[in-house]
Structures are given as structure tokens and as C-alpha cells.
Design a protein around this ligand. Structure first.
Ligand code: SF4
Length: 344
């Protein structure tokens, strides 16, 4: 019988575990300490629990960490890791070092339901939600674990479509009994799901990034089918009504496609729809993916777009393209692995 994994459980869940196996209540906090403050790999290493307690616990439970099965390193230092999850699926995690900060980009689902036209993960279709164990294992089992300063939930999958496990992961990262990170070190990126965005805003204090990509209804629908049922207007209304404190950032991700969403008309409309929201726009150069006709704009066009938005009073930044030589576009590496495993 497979043992249940302890890593990825919240303190309340660990209290439930101690009750189930009849350990004293205080053991839950001790277990949390071992899981999130020390780097152990087995229950037997929890040496402040008695031998008997460890035996009882390890009958049904294990720590449950698993190392990445593959990695690729870019000439710019970015690394992509491939993890096996849900028995036979693959997900990607990126490690992005940059001067004094190191960011990990984690996945929250294997594949994705959202079907964004420019995304390789979207083309894989949905294969399953990751558990908080599988989300945080990407962080804990990364060779660079101890270097990490920031985390973005921007890998494969739509985080707010797996809200329960994402919120558990955020709780573990930001709680004093967990990793004790400031929520301002964490950003959750979403296409904008009205059903769960409020829950995320209310239950966490992490930064929010919304994938925008076009201010026009028709065009966004073509790029992102989610626009049909969850329009940007509805998402912006929720954001406008929410009381963000000064610490918390709202940003809009905007992938630039040459000749499609990079015109003066887009700049004007972006300024109109974002009016009254304290936010920034993060411009991203499109990374070509197989089978897509979209094209990358040249660097000067991106700079021009940024300056035009800045002139409209919208703080705009350009996300540096990283790891272009290692299948940087999210979903490429896992698609290759998936196809390989299907071959006879
Ligand atoms: S861009 Fe994000 S939400 Fe859209 S299909 Fe890809 S992984 Fe899913």
C-alpha cells in the first residue's frame, strides 16, 4: 500500500495526522518544523519524536519528496527541470537567477484546460491537478533550493483552477510554522477566473498577475478562450473593488505578438481599461512554439510599446527573455518527454 505524503500538508492537516495515529498534539508542530525548516528525507530523521512515535508515523506516512528527472541549463544560467507527477505525467519548473535574486517558477497542473492559443501547455490539454506536495516539491527538491528568494506561480497550468492546493502551498510558504516567507516574495499568475480570484485575494497576501494580452474582447477571445466566460472587464471590476494594501502588487502580463496586439490602438485601449487601477504592465516577448503562426516582435518595437504606455502613466516593464536556448516556452520540454514516453 502506498504511504501518504507528509510534505505539503498544512499545520491543521498535520494535527489531523497526529490525531489519526494517536500521537500527542504537540507533535504536529514538531513535524512541521522537520518538514519545512530542516532538510530531512525520512520520518526516522525526526529525532525529537520518540522512536516509538516515529515507528507509528512511518507505518502509514512518508516525507514524500522526489527529485527532478531531467534538467537543461541555458547559457544565461536559467535552468529548466522536469518532474514526474501523477504517476506518468510531466511538469516543468524553471530556476531563474538574476543578480541578487533567484526566482523559481512552479507549475500547478499537468497540462491546462485554458487552451490559450500561444501556449504549448494549453496544447497538451488538461491532465490533472497537482497536490500541494507536488507543487512545493518542485521548490524543495530543486538543487538550488537554498538560493531561492522569490517564487512565481507561472509554470504549467492555471493556479486559480487548482485553488485549494495552491492556497495550501501559499499557506505553507508564508506561515511562521512553514517556510516563513513574506507573501511579497510570491506572485500568482492567472488568466482571471472570477469564481476563484476573490478567494485568492481574500485568503492570501501574495502579489497578483493577470494575463491580459489584449484589451479588446474579440481579440482576447481568439487568444484566450477563457475570455468567453470570464471577461477581462469582470476581472478588472473585481480588482477595482478589492482593497489592496500598499505592499501588494497587481500586474498585467502582456505577451507582444508582432503586428497583432502592438498597435497604438492597443495602447490607447489599455490605458482606458486600466484607468483607476494601481498596477504595472509586464511586457513579454512571444517565444515561438511549434505549429503557431504568431511572430515575435523585434526588441525596438517592444521598447517603443513600453515607452508609449509609460507616457500614458502606466508603469511598464519588459521581462527579459531567459533561457531561449533550452525550450524556454513553458510546456515544450514536458511535451517532448510525453511524446517520447508514448513511443513504442
Ligand atoms: S498560458 Fe497558462 S492558462 Fe493559458 S493554456 Fe498556457 S498554462 Fe494554461
Amino acid at each position: 500500500m502506498q504511504k501518504e505524503k507528509l510534505y505539503g500538508k498544512t499545520l491543521n492537516e498535520l494535527i489531523a495526522v497526529t490525531k489519526r495515529v494517536r500521537l500527542p498534539g504537540f507533535a504536529a508542530k514538531q513535524i512541521a518544523d522537520w518538514l519545512y525548516k530542516k532538510e530531512i528525507f525520512s520520518v526516522d530523521e525526526m529525532t525529537n519524536l520518540s522512536k516509538k512515535m516515529r515507528e507509528v508515523l512511518s507505518t502509514d506516512y512518508e516525507i514524500g519528496l522526489s527529485a527532478p528527472i531531467k534538467s537543461a541549463e541555458s547559457t544565461d544560467g536559467t535552468k529548466k527541470y522536469l518532474y514526474k507527477v501523477l504517476d506518468d505525467k510531466y511538469i516543468e519548473t524553471a530556476y531563474i537567477p538574476d543578480d541578487d535574486r533567484s526566482t523559481i517558477c512552479v507549475s500547478t497542473q499537468a497540462g491546462c484546460k485554458m487552451g490559450c492559443l500561444f501556449c504549448m501547455t494549453g496544447k497538451q490539454g488538461f491532465q490533472g491537478n497537482l497536490s500541494s506536495n507536488e507543487i512545493l516539491n518542485q521548490f524543495r527538491s530543486l538543487p538550488e533550493f537554498n538560493k531561492m528568494t522569490n517564487m512565481v506561480f507561472m509554470g504549467m497550468g492555471e493556479p486559480l483552477d487548482n485553488i485549494e492546493e495552491v492556497l495550501k502551498s501559499l499557506e505553507i510558504l508564508a506561515s511562521e510554522w512553514g517556510y516563513g516567507w513574506s507573501p511579497t516574495r510570491i506572485t500568482v499568475s492567472t488568466v482571471g477566473l472570477k469564481k476563484t480570484i476573490k478567494e485568492f485575494l481574500e485568503k492570501s497576501r501574495c502579489h497578483l498577475a493577470v494575463s491580459l494580452h489584449s484589451p479588446f474582447d474579440e481579440e482576447r477571445r481568439m487568444l484566450m478562450p477563457i475570455q468567453r466566460t470570464n471577461s477581462v472587464k469582470e476581472i478588472l471590476d473585481i480588482i477595482r473593488d478589492f482593497d489592496f494594501n500598499n505592499q501588494r502588487r497587481v500586474s498585467f502580463e502582456y505577451i507582444l505578438f508582432k503586428g497583432l496586439n502592438d498597435t497604438p490602438k492597443h495602447i490607447k485601449e489599455l490605458a482606458r481599461i486600466l484607468d483607476g487601477i494601481k498596477c504595472r504592465i509586464n511586457l513579454i516577448k512571444f517565444h515561438p512554439i511549434p505549429g503557431s503562426e504568431f511572430q515575435s516582435p523585434d526588441n525596438q518595437a517592444i521598447i517603443n510599446f513600453k515607452e508609449a504606455l509609460n507616457a500614458k502613466g502606466i508603469l511598464t516593464t519588459i521581462r527579459a527573455s531567459r533561457g531561449e536556448d533550452i525550450q524556454a516556452a513553458c510546456g515544450l520540454l514536458s511535451t517532448l518527454e510525453q511524446n517520447k514516453s508514448k513511443q513504442p
